[in-house]
Ligand binder design. Sequence first.
Ligand code: FAD
Ligand code: UDP
Length: 390
Amino acid sequence: MPQRQQTDILIIGAGFSGLVAAERFCNAGFSCTVLDRRNHLGGNAYDCIDSAGVLIHPYGPHYFRTNSQRIVDYLSRFTDWHQVAYEIKSFTQERYWSFPINLNTFEEWLGRSSTEAEWKSWLEEHKIAIDIPSNSEEVIISQVGWEFYRIFFEQYTIKQWRRHPRELDPSVCARIPIRLNRDNRYLVDEFQALPAQGYTALFENMVHQSSGLELRLGVDFSNEKNNWDYKHLIYTGPIDAYFDYCYGALPYRSLRFEHESFRGEELVEREKISGKPGYWQPAMQVNYPDLDVPYTRILEIKHATGQRIDATTIVREYPQDWTRENEPFYPVPTEDSAMLYKRYKELADKIDNVSFIGRLGTYRYYNMDQVTGMALAEAEKLIKKYGAVA
Ligand code: FAD
Ligand code: UDP
């Protein structure tokens, strides 16, 4: 029998949710242990330098954005920021398009210049009247009509989710804004920036500022469940895994990433297409909505990080079914999965000394700022409950 181990707060997962909670507890004087089955900090937000020397986001592009000054103030204790106006494009019909859809996209589609007034009246004529969209198809056609929906959303969504947009909650496609003006920015939030030295550096600073934190990487909690005594467990892994999939597995989408690096002659050749010395494509992200292209997007994160280096790395993102062998990246928001999650949540609510937080713990398509807010709120509530030690 392995010896039982003790800690005040046991935290499963060293991503944003787990490390923010750990930092708060440590600073309130609790002993805290964080386990992660991966060998690095940061969960899906982890970044690192690849073999070409380029700073990459190995689990997909992570664009930090928020409307919460409180979250910015909190995270600024651990990082400076590199401001970025995140811009992406879409590639279909053998050309690059301005995306998210705005007046520039409309002009590209018309093949001539236009005005906000003409675009607005075109939309009034073509958008479908739906008061409260009930799925991801309705959310887009109610804003731009069928034509643009079919070009940019329908096939991309089927490829990404292996479900029709009609089967997905409105919140999935509602993440993408539609604009009347010429604003080409991907996101709408007030604060858009990357940690100046990268996410991993942010997490390392967080750990350094958490006295009494014990970190164990490369440890899977499912093999350790019965080895620990704790006051409270914060669980940021998949909620269904915690309950040994007793009602069946919740559906997730996974991804496969294909990396390719360029320098020298090859890169010079591509500069004719990117229009920017040192870059392979014209924007940090280019989406490929057509179903006959097997990947959904190509990322070249160097556009956003601003790293100065005579090489670049692109990453093709291929959607995949989730199996227990690959990573559960995206909870799939459908009616069935919501009902299954509800059953797990009912089990979770019966356990007093375990909190389920984060994207996987709550089975919600949350961004980094949202899970940071959730972890701060949960830690604050529990520190009150157990009484700050320091
Ligand atoms: P995670 O980062 O998933 O961390 C959970 C950790 O728990 C993992 O490290 C995992 O290894 C560990 N774990 C799970 N089970 C166990 C176990 N049994 N034992 C031990 N450890 C375990 N958000 C944005 O704000 N902007 C973006 O641009 C953005 N882009 C994204 C792109 C992709 C492709 C994906 C998948 C997500 C993106 N996100 C983005 C969302 C962002 O990744 C999440 O909001 C955030 O990382 C969630 O943090 P978390 O700590 O809840 O979960
Ligand atoms: N989407 C789409 N076409 C695009 C971009 C997005 O249909 O060119 C849909 C797709 O269903 C996607 C969702 O909008 O999953 C949210 O897009 P986002 O870029 O936020 O995806 P994420 O970065 O979370 O993968």
